[in-house]
Write a protein of this length. Structure first.
Ligand SMILES: [Cu+2]
Length: 125
């Protein structure tokens, strides 16, 4: 009598796994695919921009990149922007940098309204 129960359980688990997968893709959050400079990278002072490519399109009004120096002050040159021709690409222009460690804090609001955020550092030498 155990076999029918086992098969029923398996079928139920499969259905659950499939519906979970469907929910995940229907409500995809935006996560970084590629960052420039890369996390933990050491770069030179000629760097003028931070750029992040996401795996989902972003809502420009609610998404942002803020870069701060070791003193906690922003070094952005104006507001960050989502590219008009590529809503997965967000950039932040930078003031001239000096040597030190910088933190990139990003907020990404996907087209479904879901918000993700994160941060990483890079070093200028
Ligand atoms: Cu989402």
């Amino acid at each position: 009598m155990k076999k029918p129960v086992g098969r029923l359980f398996l079928t139920g688990s499969l259905a659950l796994a499939l519906s979970f997968g469907a929910v995940q893709s229907a409500f995809a959050h935006a996560h970084p695919k590629h960052e420039t400079p890369a996390p933990n990278a050491t770069i030179d002072i000629s760097t003028k921009e931070v750029a992040i490519d996401f795996d989902e399109g972003l809502e420009p009004s609610f998404s942002s990149i803020i870069v701060t120096g070791a003193d906690g002050k922003p070094v952005n040159d104006g507001k960050s922007a989502v590219a008009q021709n590529d809503d997965k690409h967000m950039t932040a222009a930078l003031q001239p940098l000096s040597a030190g460690t910088y933190t990139v804090a990003w907020i990404a609001v996907a087209k479904d309204g879901h918000r993700t955020q994160g941060h990483y550092t890079f070093t200028v030498k």
